[in-house]
Design a protein around this ligand. Structure first.
Ligand code: SAH
Length: 459
């Protein structure tokens, strides 16, 4: 990174300096959680403190400088706190509380199931039978695996858990969108959204509880990163969603656009995608799966070399200055580097990279932005998805008016760029990433009586 960029980043981080009365100190393992919850518990006026201090931490981390680290924590611990610092590491991000305990059997790939079956003194073909029950049928008990010998079922139940994938809460929108809130074994809550359209039904999956990327327009970012999801937890969302489908309804497409940054939970994302796309698993075509990333450059390249899914890149800006603000990972992988990497990606014939662009009034929705975007996209096989900002309580950003979004699209079209407008779905159920969580915890933390929503979940 050039000196000028580091200097600019430092200046930005200074502007987010934490007021002394709410200095959180060095973030603990659950800093994001503590900050998010703490801020709610203290009431609305301190929310800004938590947001600003966390953002200060993030900016420091994203540019890879954090002077206090050496003195306070080892680099290993630092890596655990901020998953993207060393993305090639198998143990990135925060691990689930349960690590070290019995594993969920849906964390195992076929070869590992075969090893488990061999340990139990059974023949290898049993592994495929188990995989069929787990991934084909989506069962949530060992007893349901009817063609296995009883002794094997008992042994599996002793060695593994099989967490039931059931939504704790389902909210339905009049447009058919359903938002599921799943409660995990350690109390973490994640969101999954079923989005029906004319010709398809898309499932929007979460990859982390919370997120460390700090994008300004995103409700999940306000939580900080709580932890990575396990393979079983990511996949569990699919089975929970299947239970909510109506007769004749079938999930046709999968997008990793829910809570979290999928590429910051890389090993578990790959395992989930492997089970989803393998013939021993769910047999889903990778063309029906889209992984959306804020732009973790090294992992984008790695992902497409491993599994040819569709890639969506959250761009949101046409200049580094605006992108630094909206998506601070840009301090680490600036636009030129990100787009150069996109050019190198092995995109299949007739495929394109989707660039997501949340339209924010007065920030990134001008005529100049559109013209710059045309130039940036020109060397790429790209399509642009313009997204109406979905406002949430703690955000002061405003959505661009429809006229501005349409004018922006018209400029992209004139520049020979494919550009679609994503209509907001499920607005009245707070369907955008992290909003249902934020709403629940804001209500709970402010000392109000339980909201109707909480009543619902407690019942
Ligand atoms: N971390 C990944 C995936 C999760 S965010 C990524 O950054 O791509 C996926 C998409 O959700 C983002 O591109 C953004 O377009 C959208 N999003 C997040 N918060 C939003 C909001 N408040 N309104 C509209 N879209 C939002």
């Amino acid at each position: 990174m050039s000196f000028a960029r580091v200097a600019a980043a430092r200046a930005e981080s200074r502007s987010f300096r934490t007021p002394r009365h709410c200095n959180p100190g060095f973030p603990s393992k659950y800093s994001g959680q503590a900050l998010a919850r703490g801020s709610h518990a203290r009431g609305n006026d301190t929310k800004w403190c938590a947001g600003a201090s966390r953002r200060h931490d993030l900016v420091q981390d994203l540019i890879g400088r954090r002077p206090a680290i050496g003195r306070v924590r080892s680099r290993a611990v630092f890596r655990y706190n901020y998953g993207f610092m060393d993305l090639s590491d198998e143990h990135i991000g925060l691990e689930p509380e349960s690590s070290g305990a019995r594993r969920d059997i849906r964390d195992l790939m076929l070869d590992e199931l075969e090893a488990a079956v061999a340990d139990a003194g059974e023949r290898p073909y049993r592994a495929r039978q188990i995989a069929h029950w787990l991934w084909g049928k989506g069962v949530d008990s060992f007893d349901a695996m009817r063609d296995l010998p009883a002794a094997l079922r008992i042994e599996l139940a002793e060695r593994f858990i099989l967490a039931p994938a059931v939504a704790a809460l389902v909210r339905r929108s009049s447009d058919g969108t359903r938002k599921l809130l799943l409660r995990l074994a350690d109390g973490e809550e994640i969101e999954t959204v079923i989005i029906p359209a004319e010709d398809r039904t898309t499932l929007c999956l979460s990859s982390q509880a919370g997120c460390a990327m700090g994008c300004e327009f995103c409700a999940t970012a306000r939580m900080g990163l709580h932890r990575n999801l396990t393979t079983a937890e990511i996949a569990g969302q699919i089975f929970a969603a299947q239970r909510e489908l109506g007769p004749g309804e079938r999930i046709t497409n999968y997008v990793f656009m829910g809570m979290g940054e999928p590429l910051a939970n890389y090993p578990r994302l790959i395992r989930t995608l492997t089970a989803m796309t393998s013939e021993w698993g769910m047999g889903i075509s990778p063309r029906r799966i889209t992984v959306s990333t804020v732009g973790l450059v090294p992992m984008m390249e790695k992902l497409l070399a491993e599994i040819p899914v569709n890639l969506a890149v959250s761009l949101h800006a046409s200049t580094d200055a605006v992108r630094d603000r909206l998506a601070p990972i840009n301090l680490r992988y600036p636009l030129a580097e990100l787009l150069a990497a996109c050019r190198r990606l092995p995109i299949k014939a007739r495929s394109r990279i989707t660039f997501e662009y949340v339209m924010l009034a007065g920030i990134n929705d001008g005529v100049d932005d559109a013209r710059r975007l045309v130039k940036l996209m020109a060397p790429l096989r790209a399509k642009v998805n313009l997204i109406f900002f979905n406002p949430f309580a703690a955000s002061e950003l405003e959505r661009s008016p429809r006229a501005a979004v349409e004018a922006f699209q018209a400029i992209l079209h004139r520049g020979n760029l494919t550009a679609t407008i994503r209509e907001s779905r499920g607005l009245e159920i707070a369907a955008a990433c992290g909003q249902l969580y934020a709403e629940r915890h804001a209500a709970a933390g402010a000392g109000d009586p339980p909201s109707a929503l909480e009543q619902e979940i407690q019942d």
